[in-house]
Design a protein around this ligand. Structure first.
Ligand code: FES
Length: 362
């Protein structure tokens, strides 16, 4: 199970009007633990007004870009308590509780590869996409990359300077198209609007050298965009599923009421004895299958369980089913293989047998 460590901020700088760029210094003794893969995320923990709040933020930089710090981007969200605090109150040198990098939104690169990578990002979805593209360009001198990046206006383009510098640095191997959804800035209509399947069709016409079937896609943005674009790529362009990787930056809206789904209604109404193994200790509690999730009950009982998004997105609450069965409402984080091996997201789990045992020590 991942624990939190105190990390000092080494950069706190406004990136756009509503986002802040934060860098963490990694002390020598924590370097092995905080080694990361491109596209992974960090969980941040903070007490605000007496409440223990956790949030996940993707790392922006890449393992081989020569920066030994960890950088994240935090977009200010309406009603976002953590994002407001980080945007408005964080100052240079402040210390934050951070858990080691996690997640598997990446592919492995090799210097002999000659591939094409395409990043599709909206707003703050740029972080894990950019991390992957940078790593690809550094590690694979023969590979190329495209970034199609949508923002509201020119001033809202996150990391524009950094991206433009990368275009210069990699001399023709990185092509970038900025799309603006609420500002008419470019003469070409192609650059207006958001990323969608229709827009992608037009972009492929504009860049005929792109063969979608032979490209690897990294997609991060709102759920509608991910669904639309990934379905189009797989169904219309016949891109194999393994080459279409995506990461949600929040739980999809239309899944928010999953507890009312037919599947959830169909689970048996029963009392269960749930046992959790956390750092070699066992904790047990009673839980009704139709009530709160296993994670929520554990938090209610003040057990030291790991969590961040509570929306089935970040994977922090992952545990292995050792005994019994559970129903998992949503899963935007575990791979099919992990699910087959018995892993679950405890923030989404309800017991469906009288005895359930889960282990976080995996
Ligand atoms: S807490 Fe993020 S998936 Fe459960």
């Amino acid at each position: 199970m991942h624990h939190f460590h105190s990390l000092k901020t080494s950069i706190v700088a406004k990136e756009t009007n509503d986002s802040v760029h934060i860098s963490f210094e990694i002390p020598q003794d924590l370097k092995p633990l905080f080694q990361f893969k491109q596209g992974q995320y960090l969980n941040l923990k903070m007490m605000l007004n007496g409440e223990d709040l956790r949030r996940s933020y993707s790392v922006v930089n890449a393992p081989t870009d020569g920066n030994d710090q960890l950088e994240i981007l935090v977009k200010h969200l309406d009603d976002g308590r953590v994002s407001s605090f980080l945007n408005e109150n964080l100052t240079l040198g402040d210390v934050i509780e951070v858990s080691p990098p996690a997640g598997h939104f990446y592919t492995n690169y090799h210097k002999s590869n000659r591939k094409n990578y395409i990043g599709l990002a909206a707003g703050s979805g740029i972080s894990p996409v950019l991390s992957n593209l940078i790593e690809a360009l550094y590690q694979e001198p023969e590979s190329t990359a495209y970034l199609f990046f949508s923002n509201k206006s020119l001033n809202d383009i996150i990391f524009k300077e950094r991206i433009d510098a990368l275009v210069d640095k990699f001399q023709g191997r990185l092509k970038v198209v900025y799309l603006l959804s609420r500002e008419k800035h470019f003469e070409d209509e192609l650059f207006e609007g958001r990323i969608s399947s229709q827009k992608l069709e037009l972009l492929f016409e504009r860049f005929p050298e792109i063969d979608p079937k032979e490209s690897i896609f990294f997609i991060c943005g709102p759920s509608e965009m991910i669904k639309d674009v990934s379905t189009y790529l797989k169904n219309d362009k016949k891109v194999p599923s393994l080459k279409v990787m995506f990461e949600y930056y929040a739980a999809p809206d239309d899944e928010e009421n999953a507890e009312m789904s037919d599947e959830f209604k169909a689970i048996p109404n029963l009392e269960s004895m749930v046992t959790l193994i956390i750092d070699d200790d066992e904790y047990s509690f009673h839980l009704n299958s139709k009530k709160r999730s296993i994670l929520d009950q554990a938090l209610n009982d003040k057990l030291p369980v790991p969590f961040a998004c509570k929306g089935g997105v970040c994977c922090t609450c992952k545990a292995l089913v050792m005994e019994g069965e559970v129903f998992m409402d949503k899963n935007f984080a575990l791979t099919e293989d992990e699910v087959e091996r018995g892993f679950v997201l405890t923030c989404q789990c309800h017991p469906t047998t009288n005895i359930v045992m889960l282990s976080y020590d995996v």
